[in-house]
Design a protein around this ligand. Structure first.
Ligand code: NAP
Length: 276
């Protein structure tokens, strides 16, 4: 019988997960399918409880289910530390989970800016929501010593320090210029620039010439922040890279094969983002 997995979200029709996993299913010649599962938040616990009886080997949880997915499954250490799970799979009848956003973010950086962590002692992260938690976790794991977090709601930046420790430094407007001038990495992990909302309005003229600028937003493909960073001659890593690279970890849990992110896959997803 074909193995089935799904992306669970509300709304979820916009998700590119079926394109990504469908590509790998085809590449590996698997007897498997991947589909959208539009699940309202109030229906999510029942949907998860019935995942196996509905014929699924697992699924990915996207907005707004990542926190609930953590609470309703047996998460690994990484998902617990981040406070959100986005990959769920059935293991002998038990629902287990992890978080693949961290690996996605870091692998995208490795691909777009090889060696980025050689001198990456300091970073500035904008945002303190779910994506920012994954980004901060990934940076700490790779040895970044000081991560300045700037957020619209300062209490949430403070909560990140409480979660991850003193290497995370909540940073206000007055401290931002100095932090930016010293940072090896500048990351938009907030929703700035998404779907035509205002871009992150931050001065890139003072950042180090060897700094890398990353964005988690992938609609549009090139945010205003990345455009300005490129124009300033900086290396960049985009949100589509993160989205693609969080996929292999999910796929392997469901289908037992570790796929790779190829240029062909990236172009396939890019076409859908450009409306092609
Ligand atoms: P979230 O948990 O809701 O957090 C949103 C963040 O954006 C918060 O820090 C919020 O600040 C900030 N924000 C929202 N509107 C703002 C505004 N008008 N002005 C200033 N700050 C604003 O969402 P999330 O899950 O972190 O997602 C954030 C972005 O990451 C989304 O665009 C999502 O699509 C993207 N994402 C991408 C990937 C990928 O694979 N590329 C993975 C996950 C998420 P407050 O705390 O003040 O509300």
């Amino acid at each position: 019988m074909a193995k089935k997995a799904c992306v669970m979200g509300w709304p979820v029709k916009h998700s590119r997960a079926p394109i990504i996993h469908g590509y790998w299913i085809e590449k590996h010649g698997l007897d498997a399918t991947f589909e959208h599962a539009e699940v309202r938040p109030e229906d999510f616990p029942a949907f998860l409880a019935e995942l196996g009886t509905r014929g699924f080997v697992g699924g990915s949880a996207t907005m707004p289910h990542k926190e609930m997915a953590l609470a309703l499954t047996e998460p690994d250490e990484r998902a617990t530390a981040i406070g959100a799970a986005n990959v769920i799979w059935l293991d002998n009848g038990k629902l287990r989970s992890t978080n693949s956003d961290v690996a996605g973010f870091v692998a995208a950086l490795d691909e777009s800016a090889p060696g980025w962590d050689r001198n990456a002692d300091k970073a500035v992260v904008f945002g303190a929501g779910g994506a920012a938690r994954s980004v901060v976790y990934g940076l700490l794991e790779r040895g970044v010593e000081r991560i300045h977090v700037h957020n619209r709601t300062p209490a949430k930046a403070q909560a990140l320090r409480e979660r991850f420790g003193a290497n995370v430094v909540p940073t206000d407007d007055a401290q931002l210029d100095t932090a930016m001038s010293r940072a090896a990495l500048v990351i938009n992990a907030a929703s700035f620039g998404m779907h035509g909302t205002p871009d992150l309005d931050v001065d890139l003229t003072t950042v180090r010439d060897d700094a890398v600028v990353a964005d988690v937003v992938y609609v549009p493909l090139e945010t205003g922040l990345l455009r300005r960073a490129r124009a300033r001659g900086l290396r960049v890593s985009d949100g589509l890279g993160m989205l693609l690279h969080q996929g292999p970890g999910c796929f392997e849990k469901w289908f037992g094969v570790r796929p790779v992110v190829t240029r062909e896959l990236r172009e396939r997803v890019e076409r859908t983002l450009r409306g092609g």
